[in-house]
Design a protein around this ligand. Structure first.
Ligand SMILES: [Fe+2]
Length: 279
C-alpha cells in the first residue's frame, strides 16, 4: 500500500501480522471526522479496526458512521440495529444465530455493504466474542494449484443454507420461508477494483455451480478451513463501550457461542457498499 502517510496521521497499533489494528484516539476526535480518510485507509489495510471503550451513544454511533461513508439503516427512521439472540427481542433473533458460523454480510446484494460498525452495549458474561479472518490474505496464501482450480467458479449463497447450520431439520413451511428471503450466485474469487483478490465464502454458500454437490461441498469446506486458520484470524473479546469497524468486503466474521439469556446486546450500523462483486 502506498498511503502510509495517511494512516500515520492516526494513532494506532497493529494486532497481528495480517489483520486488525487498535485506534488510539479519543472519542471526540473520532466524532469530528478529521481522521475519516485515515480510518478508511487503515481499514483497507487491516480489515478490522478496534476503538476500545469509546462508549458511543446511539446518535454518536450513527454520526461516526456517517463520517466514513454512506450510512445504510435497516429502518425508515434511520436508527441503528440492535443485535441479540434473545427471542424476547423479536422474530429476527433466530436468524442471528447463524452468525455463530463464518460468513460475510450482504451476500444477497449486487453491491454488498462496505463495512459494519458494531458497538457493545452489554457483553455476554461467557462467550460472545467476535472473530474475523482476512479473506484477502487467505486468497494470497493459497497454493497455486488451488488458485488455478477455483478462479472462474461460482457458488450459490442463500439464507436457507445459512439457517440449515442452525436448524438442520426445519419444517417444509419454514424452509420455503427461508428460500424466499434471499439467495445469490457469486464468484468464489472477487477481483476488486484495486486489483487485489479475496475469497467469497461462508456458511451461506452450499454448492458450486456446475459441480457435483459433494465435490462442491468438499471444496467449500477446504476453503473455509483454509481461510480461518489462526494465522489469518483475530478474536475480539468485548467490553461495554467498545466499537469495532470491519471491512465486509475483505473479511469473514462469526460470533463465538453465547446463551440466549446472556443479556448480550450489540448495536450495529452499516456502511453503504461501493463496489459490486466481480470475478
Ligand atoms: Fe454478520
Amino acid at each position: 500500500m502506498s498511503d502510509a502517510p495517511v494512516t500515520q496521521a492516526i494513532r494506532h497499533h497493529l494486532l497481528t501480522d495480517v489483520i486488525g489494528a487498535v485506534v488510539d484516539e479519543p472519542r471526540e476526535v473520532l466524532l469530528d471526522g478529521r481522521h475519516s480518510q485515515a480510518i478508511r485507509a487503515l481499514l483497507e489495510q487491516r480489515g478490522v479496526l478496534v476503538f476500545p471503550g469509546v462508549h458511543f451513544s446511539h446518535d454518536e454511533h450513527v454520526a461516526f458512521t456517517r463520517t466514513l461513508g454512506g450510512y445504510v439503516s435497516d429502518y425508515e427512521d434511520g436508527s441503528a440495529t440492535d443485535i441479540s439472540i434473545d427471542p424476547a427481542g423479536g422474530s429476527t433473533a433466530r436468524y442471528t444465530e447463524a452468525s455463530f458460523f463464518w460468513h460475510f454480510d450482504g451476500y444477497m446484494n449486487t453491491v454488498p455493504i462496505l463495512g459494519s460498525i458494531m458497538c457493545c452495549v452489554r457483553p455476554a458474561p461467557v462467550g460472545g466474542d467476535t472473530q474475523f479472518c482476512n479473506s484477502y490474505v487467505a486468497w494470497e496464501a493459497l497454493p497455486d494449484d488451488r488458485m488455478a482450480m477455483i478462479e472462474g467458479l461460482y457458488a450459490v449463497h442463500s439464507l436457507a443454507g445459512a439457517q440449515l447450520s442452525v436448524e438442520p431439520e426445519p419444517s417444509y413451511a419454514t424452509f420455503q420461508e427461508w428460500r424466499q428471503i434471499a439467495h445469490n450466485t457469486l464468484p468464489l474469487v472477487w477481483t476488486h477494483r484495486s486489483g487485489r483478490k479475496s475469497l467469497v465464502i461462508g456458511n451461506t454458500a452450499t454448492n458450486i455451480v456446475g459441480m457435483d454437490p459433494l465435490e462442491g461441498l468438499d471444496l467449500l469446506t477446504y476453503l473455509r478451513d483454509w481461510a480461518t486458520q489462526d494465522r489469518f484470524c483475530l478474536t475480539h473479546s468485548w467490553s461495554a463501550g467498545d466499537a469495532v469497524l470491519w471491512d465486509n468486503t475483505g473479511t469473514l466474521h462469526r460470533a463465538t457461542p453465547y446463551a440466549r439469556d446472556s443479556g448480550r446486546l450489540m448495536r450495529r450500523t452499516k456502511l453503504a457498499g461501493e463496489e459490486p462483486f466481480s470475478a
